[in-house]
Design a protein around this ligand. Structure first.
Ligand code: ZN
Ligand code: ZN
Length: 256
């Protein structure tokens, strides 16, 4: 089982990252992707991936952090990764648009999103998309760049089934967090239940969004198992079949 999106580089894990990694290995999660959101978190993700065999990482600048985005710096980080004895950089992310917290820099967000899509294309890497309250603009940009030869996934999918189908048409995969286990998340449940088995994978987005029965606690990669159980039940299939399908999707996508 894989956790395709976690933030072990978040300061909430500074004290016990060893224990958290051991926990997920014991829970049957054999790989986790540590996702960056700004320059310091990029560097920290790489350090964690160097320390733990089972951790991979991404480089990217989240839409909340576009103010000091520097394309040159990001390109250097990708080139640095290629110099590593074992290059564990698997994607550019998380990148995208977020009009929930900051709404007055939409043009800047779009520019930075596009710049990072082009960087990913240049280095033949897949992209991990973050989208919050920016569905129209995100789709418009993705349409310009589809089909995604090197892969694209919208992480923490929480849109409608109709929007999901638009993304699937463009060749964009979806990824579900613990949100799918929440009582009021009916639209996410509907999407997770009905999209093709080869079009999605699972993640925690920890330390945020812990699945039931851990809702409200600090989330960690081990808990991706609770989301897997929930989605297997939703789809009326066995847990092992669900895990083997989503693992296959993620392994192909991130080229492990
Ligand atoms: Zn995100
Ligand atoms: Zn995230």
């Amino acid at each position: 089982m894989l956790d395709t999106h976690c933030h072990l580089n978040d300061e909430q894990f500074d004290k016990d990252v060893d224990r958290v990694v051991n926990n997920f290995l014991h829970a049957g999660v054999d790989k986790a992707i540590c996702v960056a959101w700004d320059i310091p978190s990029n560097e920290k993700a790489r350090e964690i991936a160097r320390k733990y065999d089972c951790v991979y990482y991404t480089v990217g600048v989240h839409p909340d952090n576009v103010a000091d985005y520097d394309e040159q710096k990001l390109e250097t980080l990708i080139k640095d990764a290629q110099k590593d004895e074992r290059n564990k950089l698997v994607a550019v992310g998380e990148i995208g648009l977020d009009y929930y917290r900051i709404k007055d820099n939409k043009e800047r967000q779009k520019k930075v999103f596009i710049s990072q899509i082009e960087l990913a294309f240049k280095f033949h890497l897949p992209i991990i998309i973050h989208c919050r309250e920016a569905y129209g603009d995100t789709l418009e940009i993705l349409k310009r760049y589809a089909p995604f030869k090197f892969g694209a996934v919208m992480h923490c999918y929480s849109g409608s089934l109709e929007y999901a189908n638009e993304l699937l048409k463009l060749g964009v995969k979806l990824s579900f967090t613990g949100v799918v286990t929440y009582k009021n998340a009916n639209n996410v449940k509907e999407v997770a239940k009905s999209i093709p088995l080869d079009s999605f994978f699972l993640e925690t987005d920890c330390p945020y969004l812990a699945p039931v029965p851990h809702r409200g606690e600090r989330n960690e990669p081990a808990f991706v198992m609770d989301t897997a159980k929930y989605v297997a039940d939703l789809r009326e299939m066995s847990l092992s079949d669900l895990i083997s399908a989503t693992d296959q999707n993620a392994t192909k996508f991130f080229k492990f």
